[in-house]
Design a protein around this ligand. Structure first.
Ligand SMILES: [Zn+2]
Length: 407
């Protein structure tokens, strides 16, 4: 509950008066991770945000840091874009019926996640599968997460699971009603590549982004989607290419990386060995920008509040990937592939940050070294739209040094 009181405190301080811009200054940043593969570490120690947007990034001496409503002293710790979970299955509010769990999104915020993308509200008990019902659910889900952000986390939801019998008009209606995502193709009755391709193309025509379930059945009732179906359907994101849970054979995973240009999504709720294979293949192809991370939670394996951090540490340590690059998989890459306004430390982007440090007593001389040795960092603070949303994480190992709100 401490975190909630902090939020109220800051809202009051930032005020609702739109005539005075609310300014946030984060100074004394020891390491600034950009989320951008082309320059994952920035030569800067200060970020200024105005009205929830990044207004300046650089050396504090060169920036206008006066008259800030909130000043955070990062105390030499690391700032990164807030993490993006590319694959979640929310239902309503901060409750998941899948594991009868309350507060799972707040728990993920404490793992550094500030944005989530729904791959379908599939865990709703009694989920409607008729066309009117599934469209109504998608529109309602989009609205209730737009109107209510659990602990401030941005949940992009309202992702219908497509069913046989849908026509172009249905996708047009969904788009007009504000739906921007499809749930995982393959979780409904559409399992043939040809039908999936037709519907994915209709969705794309109306600006709706698509993800396809890849691999074996996840739970009773879902089915196998192999590489031929994935390639034919041509969804924007190859959802959990490492399976959720069951992965495709290695040769099919390599083939998916080589034979199309779509997003390569690696999830915590999948096969870790296959995730490493897909990441290595994408990197060898010189296409690291396709790699994005998700948890696929809530699921049969539960909720993983530290799932994105765990994926970063796993891929970095076992996959010989610099930690700053692994962070890009969970931030800038996802933002670009999914057309989000966050995920990069760049002027004009949403001021969504996570401040982290090497965990107490973690081996490695720096935070990056400790992650490259497979250890999780400690989360010290999260910021969403320029507002502090959580301070010392209740879920990560404790950070060696914590940032402090000093003004
Ligand atoms: Zn799936």
């Amino acid at each position: 509950m401490g975190g909630n009181r902090d939020i109220g405190h800051h809202n009051k301080r930032l005020g609702k008066d739109m005539s005075t811009p609310s300014k946030l200054v984060i100074r004394n940043i020891g390491l600034l991770l950009s989320g951008d593969l082309s320059a994952p570490i920035l030569d800067a120690d200060c970020v200024v945000a105005v009205d929830g947007r990044i207004a300046a990034v650089g050396r504090e001496a060169d920036l206008d840091s006066e008259n800030a409503a909130t000043v955070i002293d990062a105390k030499g710790t690391t700032l990164a874009p807030g993490l993006i979970d590319s694959h979640v299955h929310p239902v309503i509010g901060d409750y998941t019926p899948r594991q009868q769990q309350i507060g799972w999104i707040d728990s993920c915020l404490h793992g550094g996640v500030t944005t989530m993308i729904s791959a379908g509200e599939v865990h709703l008990p009694g989920r409607p599968k008729d066309l009117v019902g599934l469209k109504a659910l998608a529109i309602a889900s989009q609205r209730w997460y737009e109107n209510f952000r659990p602990s401030g986390v941005k949940v992009h939801a309202g992702a219908p699971v497509i069913e046989e019998g849908m026509e172009e008009e249905d996708f047009k209606d969904l788009a007009a009603a504000g739906v921007t995502l499809l749930g995982e193709v393959g979780l409904g009755s559409v399992k043939a590549g040809e039908t999936a391709q037709r519907m994915v193309a209709w969705a794309r025509k109306y600006g709706i982004q698509s993800t396809i379930h890849t691999g074996g059945p996840s739970i009773p009732g879902s089915g196998l989607i192999d590489k031929d179906v994935v390639l034919e359907a041509d969804a924007d994101i190859i959802g959990h290419i490492n399976g959720g849970h069951t992965a495709l054979p290695d040769d099919q995973i390599v083939c998916l990386c080589e034979q199309c240009q779509r997003g390569v999504e690696l999830v915590h709720n999948g096969n870790e060995r296959s995730a490493l294979l897909a990441m290595r293949t994408a990197r060898e192809l010189g296409q690291s920008e396709r790699v994005i991370l998700g948890t696929d939670s809530p699921a049969g394996s539960g909720v993983q509040p530290l799932g994105i951090l765990r994926m970063i540490a796993m891929l970095s340590s076992l996959g010989d990937t610099p930690a700053e690059v692994a962070f890009c998989f969970a931030t800038g890459n996802t933002a670009r592939l999914r057309d989000l306004d966050c995920g990069l430390i760049e002027v004009g982007r949403a001021a969504d940050f996570v401040i982290i440090d090497r965990a107490q007593h973690a081996p490695g001389k720096t935070i990056l070294e400790s992650i490259e040795q497979g250890n999780l960092p400690g989360v010290g603070m999260t910021v969403i739209d320029g507002v502090v949303r959580s301070q010392r994480s209740r879920n990560t190992p404790p950070a060696t040094t914590l940032p402090e709100i000093v003004g």
